[in-house]
Structures are given as structure tokens and as C-alpha cells.
Write a protein that binds this ligand. Structure first.
Ligand code: ADP
Length: 618
């Protein structure tokens, strides 16, 4: 059983008070008894002297010993005068007279020599004792003196006895009063100790309750106390501690929320590990990168979770030697390329951040790098081919061919063609670069589609006729106008028609079609117009279709070159169409050939691609 402080204070105070009261009571009663006995002793001594003096006078008058009857009368006489029992005893102990006994009964009394007061009187002249009388049965205080009667008669012992009944009663009453007073004092002490214990422990109980609240995480507390003592000091200290704790908890929560917000909004994946390589924290970006969940990751060894040898080696390396590490890995499932920065965080215990790994997804960067490298290689190659040819023929001319008129005219013709080709490539490249960098702004004018298509057809018609191609159009009668740059859109259609003519054997059919898109309203481009250019030519294999819009991509490089293509036409088409917020793609034409579709939104609020918007803003 645990005793509360209140009980301890109460019982402690009460035990001390009870002991004090008991000791005080006992000592008071004893002192009173002693005082009463001393007073009684003094009275007895006075009465004894009175009796002694009276008897002495009696003996002096009689000058001889007195007969027993006279002694008995004298004893009775002095007894009534002194208001005490008077006994006269011979020195051999025989009772000669006794005021409390009739004369005839004296002989029945036993010898009194052994009575302590008599014995003392016989020895030292006087003696005193308190005891219950065997004769009267009362508690009595005796005083005895040795009285030398006459020279003839032997001395006798005069004993005076005072009954103590009154004294005892008075003492008992006094004792009762004292005990009652002590009882009242004890009750007062009890009340006082209860009040005291309550007053002392109430603030303590409040403090205990507050400490419990602190323990359960409620720091917003305030202990009210008016006490100016140590308890008050403790309460105000606890209030201060709670305030500080609350501030610290608020700060930590804020920091944590900020950290979580940063971690959550980061595009980079973040993983925190302790010194054992066990995962403590991963952010949503990392969950997405590796297709894992935070719950399954937490607490697990990194090596078990990812099972990626290169990543495991990196982790093992930084755990062995805590320094900055960097590596690049490719995820086998998604093929994504991740750059990892591993930095030591200093933790040396379990569940303490020891290593922080940051994963940057550099797949797009690497792809762009590859495109750039390929582009540079392609451009160099495309430029070098006509240049080499030009250089070769110029050298041949210098070496003497210039003297041969037929050969020189032939060579110069080739040099001219190659220069034209070089010029064409450079023009296309400049055009593409201008469009990509946002250097060209598209007009937004209403375009009547029928006239747009007619303009494009009129450009290519001479070559189509030359190749005996059939040019047909299928244009919906009630097509709305689209907003855009007519010149650029004519360029798009001319490019597509030019390709269709190039890649369709003689006598083929090329159809230009324009219809309104029939899509659900909720779908993107629901409010658009599709313009398609279909041919019955060589077609494009399915795997090449998505790539023909890349710069310099050609299905058949030699054929394209032979036909005077630069490999940039479709890339320019794609950029112009996207610049109008539209889409372009190629599909198979049935039963033969290809079908290029340009989808243009009717709504003039174009959704420009991000790189265009950024470039035009800059
Ligand atoms: P090129 O100048 O070589 O024609 P383009 O960018 O215009 O370059 O076209 C890229 C490649 O797409 C061409 O080399 C060709 O292989 C293919 N291509 C384009 N249009 C057609 C078409 N109508 N039929 C078949 N192949 C085509």
C-alpha cells in the first residue's frame, strides 16, 4: 500500500501531537498527585503534631501511664479534634487505643509493629506510609511518631491516619478533566492537521495532475497557485517547463511539417538510413521511382528491399567510409536512369540518420544529351556528304577535268546540285532552330480551310502532274474557320504533299481530306478539325511511324537523299502544328501507303507546348 503525502503529514502530525499530549498529560497528573500528596502530608504532619502535643500534655498531667480506657477516650477525643484516625501503639506493637475501633475490639487487632510507619517511628522517631487499612479497608496516609510519655512508663507510638478517599476522588476528577482537555486538544490537532495536510498537499496534487498531463502529451497547462513557498516555486517552475516544452514541441512540429512538405514536394527521391543500412525515411518521389510503399520500406535493410547490386555496393561503400559518394544506376524494370548522391548525416546509433541518399531522375537529361549528340553527328554527316562531293569534283576539275568541256559541265552541274542540297539543309536547320527557340511567332488569323488546301495543292500540282499522280480533295462543306498562321499551315501541307508525291510511285493517288472531329466534348481536341494527306505510296513500317518526326530520321536514308530529302521536313511540320496547339501523326493508309493527319483546334486559345511558351516569354 502506498501512503499519500496527505496521509503521511496527517499521521505524522497526529503521532507527534498524541505523544506530546500523552507525555504532558502523564507528567501533569503525576505532578498534581505529588502536589496533593505533599499537601496531605503537611496536613497530616500538623495533625500528628497536634495529637502528639495533646497526648504529651495528658501524660505530663497524669505523671504516670494511663489506663487503656482513658487512652481509648483520648484517642477518640483527638481523632474528633484532628478529624483523623488516631491509633496509640505500644513499642512491642500492641494496639493500645484506636479511634476507629471500639475499646472491646482492640484485643482483636493484630500486632502493628510490622506496619512500615510504626517500624520507622520505632527506629528513627517518625515514619510515614500510604496503603489500604486492614482495619477500615480505606486507602489511608499514616504518620507515626514515638512519644516519650513519662519516666515510669515506656514510650508509645502515636499514629495518625488520614483517609485518602477524598483526595483520590479529587485526583480522579482532575485526571478526568485533564484527559478531557487532552482529548479536545487532540481533536483540535486532528482538525488542524487535516487542514494543514490539505493546504500543503492541494498544490502538490495539482502539480501531480499537471505532471500526468505533461506525461500524456498535453503541454498546454497552467497550474494556478498562490503559494509563495517551495511548492509555489515548484508549480511556477513546472509552468515554465511546460511552456518551454510546448514551445519546443511547436517548433519541432513546425520543423517536421516543413521537412515533410519539402520531402513530399521534392522531385528527387530521398532515402534516409541508419548506420546499419536500415531505411528510416523515404519520400513519395522515391516511392514512385522504385514502386515501393513507405510502410514496407521503413525499418527494412536497404539491401533486402532493392536488390540492386550497384545500389547495394554504393550503400555498403558509404556505410564503410562515411564520405560523399556519387553514382548512376539504371533501373532494370523501367529503364530509368538515376543519379545518386549519398552523403553522411553523422548518426551513429540505431534509428539515427546516418546516410542520406538523393536520387535524381536524369533519364530525360540523358535522352536529350543523346538526341543532341545524335543531332550533331547527323548534321555533320548530312553536311559532310555534299561537301565531300563538292570538294571531290572541284579537285577533279583542278586536276585537269576543267579542260574537258563535257566532263567539266557535268561536274559543275553536280557541284551546283550538291550546293543546292547544302543550302536546303542549312535553310531547314535554320528554320527548325528558329521555330524551336520561339524565334518565329505564329499569326492568329481566321483561315478558310478550303482556300488553305487549294494554296498548298497549287504549289505541288506541277510535280504531281509530272509524276502522273491523281490529286483529290474531300472537304466538308460546312467547316468552320480555324485560327492560325496561314503561310505556315500552307508550309505544313506542302511538306506533307511533297513527301506523298516523293514516296508514291508514278500514277498514285494522293487525297487531301478535311473533316470536323467527332469526339466526346470532354475529350481533348473534341473541338478540332482533322486535315489528312493520304497516298498510295510505299508506306512506312509500323515501328518507324513514331520516329519519322525526329530530325534526320529517315526510313530509307539512300532513297530519301536520292529524292532530295533533308530528313527535316516532318520535324518542321511537327513543330508548326504543335505551335498551333495541334497534333500530327502518321498511320497506314488502306490498302496501301501512308496517311498523315494534322489535327488543329478550332478554339483559338491555343495550348502551346511548354518549351514554346517559355521561349516566347524569354
Ligand atoms: P525527307 O526529307 O527525307 O523526306 P522528312 O522529314 O520529310 O524527310 O521525312 C522523314 C522520312 O519519313 C522520310 O525519309 C521517309 O522515309 C518517311 N516518309 C515521309 N513521308 C512519307 C510518305 N508519304 N510515304 C513514305 N515514307 C514517308
Amino acid at each position: 500500500m502506498t501512503w499519500s503525502i496527505r496521509w503521511k503529514i496527517m499521521t505524522g502530525t497526529l503521532v507527534v501531537v498524541a505523544c506530546g499530549l500523552l507525555i504532558a498529560g502523564v507528567m501533569t497528573i503525576q505532578a498534581l498527585e505529588r502536589q496533593h500528596l505533599a499537601q496531605l502530608g503537611e496536613a497530616l504532619e500538623a495533625k500528628t503534631k497536634l495529637v502528639e502535643y495533646g497526648l504529651q500534655s495528658l501524660f505530663d498531667t497524669a505523671r504516670s501511664s494511663l489506663p487503656p480506657a482513658q487512652l481509648q477516650d483520648a484517642a477518640r477525643d483527638f481523632s474528633s479534634r484532628a478529624m483523623a484516625r488516631v491509633t496509640l501503639i505500644a513499642i512491642d506493637g500492641t494496639v493500645l487505643a484506636d479511634s476507629a475501633v471500639r475499646g472491646i475490639d482492640l484485643s482483636t487487632l493484630e500486632n502493628h509493629k510490622s506496619r512500615p510507619e510504626v517500624d520507622q517511628a520505632l527506629t528513627s522517631g517518625q515514619g510515614q506510609d500510604i496503603r489500604a487499612s486492614r482495619t477500615t479497608g480505606e486507602r489511608t496516609m499514616y504518620r507515626a511518631v514515638l512519644l516519650n510519655t513519662t519516666q515510669d512508663a515506656s514510650p508509645l507510638v502515636v499514629r495518625v491516619g488520614l483517609p485518602m478517599a477524598v483526595l483520590d476522588r479529587e485526583l480522579s476528577e482532575t485526571r478526568d478533566h485533564i484527559i478531557f482537555a487532552l482529548g479536545v486538544a487532540f481533536l483540535a490537532a486532528l482538525t488542524l492537521s487535516v487542514w494543514l495536510a490539505h493546504n500543503i498537499t492541494k498544490p502538490l496534487s495539482d502539480i501531480v495532475a499537471a505532471a500526468r498531463q505533461l506525461d500524456s502529451g498535453n503541454h498546454a497547462l497552467h497550474i494556478r497557485t498562490t503559494a509563495q513557498d517551495e511548492v509555489g516555486l515548484l508549480a511556477s517552475t513546472l509552468n515554465h517547463v511546460a511552456d518551454q516544452l510546448q514551445t519546443k514541441v511547436d517548433e519541432l512540429s513546425e520543423d517536421r511539417a516543413q521537412l515533410l512538405a519539402v520531402l513530399t514536394s521534392m522531385v528527387e527521391g530521398v532515402m534516409v538510413m541508419d548506420y546499419r543500412g536500415h531505411i528510416l525515411q523515404v519520400n513519395p518521389a522515391l516511392e514512385r521511382m522504385f514502386g515501393i510503399s513507405r510502410i514496407e520500406a521503413r525499418g527494412r535493410p536497404c539491401i533486402d528491399l532493392f536488390r540492386h547490386q550497384q545500389l547495394n555496393e554504393l550503400v555498403a561503400g558509404i556505410l564503410r567510409s562515411p564520405a560523399h559518394h556519387q553514382d548512376e544506376i539504371v533501373l532494370p524494370l523501367t529503364g530509368r536512369c538515376l543519379q545518386i548522391e549519398a552523403s553522411p548525416a553523422g548518426g551513429k546509433r540505431e534509428n539515427e540518420a546516418c546516410v542520406v541518399l538523393v536520387f535524381h531522375d536524369i533519364t530525360d537529361l540523358r535522352r536529350l544529351e543523346k538526341i543532341r549528340k545524335d543531332f550533331v553527328a547527323n548534321v555533320s554527316h548530312e553536311l559532310r556528304t555534299p561537301l565531300t562531293s563538292i570538294k571531290g569534283y572541284v579537285e577533279a576539275l583542278l586536276d585537269g577535268a576543267k579542260d574537258d568541256p563535257v566532263a567539266s559541265s557535268n561536274f559543275l552541274d553536280i557541284i551546283l546540285k550538291q550546293s543546292d542540297r547544302l543550302n536546303l539543309i542549312i535553310q531547314d536547320l535554320l528554320e527548325l532552330s528558329k521555330i524551336e527557340s520561339g524565334g518565329i511567332s505564329f499569326k492568329e488569323e481566321p483561315i478558310e480551310l478550303k482556300s488553305l488546301i487549294e494554296r498548298a495543292l497549287s504549289v505541288v500540282r506541277p510535280i504531281a502532274d509530272k509524276n502522273r499522280h491523281h490529286l483529290t480533295t474531300m472537304i466538308d462543306a460546312a467547316l468552320p474557320a480555324v485560327a492560325g498562321d496561314e503561310g505556315r499551315l500552307v508550309q505544313v501541307l506542302t511538306n506533307l504533299l511533297d513527301n506523298a508525291i516523293k514516296y508514291t510511285p508514278e500514277g498514285g493517288t494522293i487525297t487531301v481530306d478535311a473533316t470536323r472531329v467527332a469526339l466526346e466534348k470532354t475529350e481533348p481536341h473534341a473541338n478540332a478539325i482533322d486535315i489528312s494527306v493520304a497516298d498510295t505510296g510505299i508506306g512506312i513500317p509500323e515501328q518507324d511511324r513514331p520516329r519519322v518526326f525526329e530530325r534526320f530520321y529517315r526510313v530509307d536514308r539512300a532513297r530519301s537523299r536520292e529524292l532530295g530529302g533533308t530528313g527535316l521536313g516532318l520535324a518542321i511540320v511537327k513543330h508548326i502544328v504543335e505551335g498551333h496547339g495541334g497534333q500530327v501523326w502518321v498511320e497506314a493508309n488502306h490498302p496501301r501507303g501512308s496517311r498523315f493527319v494534322v489535327r488543329l483546334p478550332i478554339n483559338p486559345n491555343r495550348q502551346l507546348p511548354a518549351h514554346w511558351r517559355d521561349a516566347s516569354r524569354a
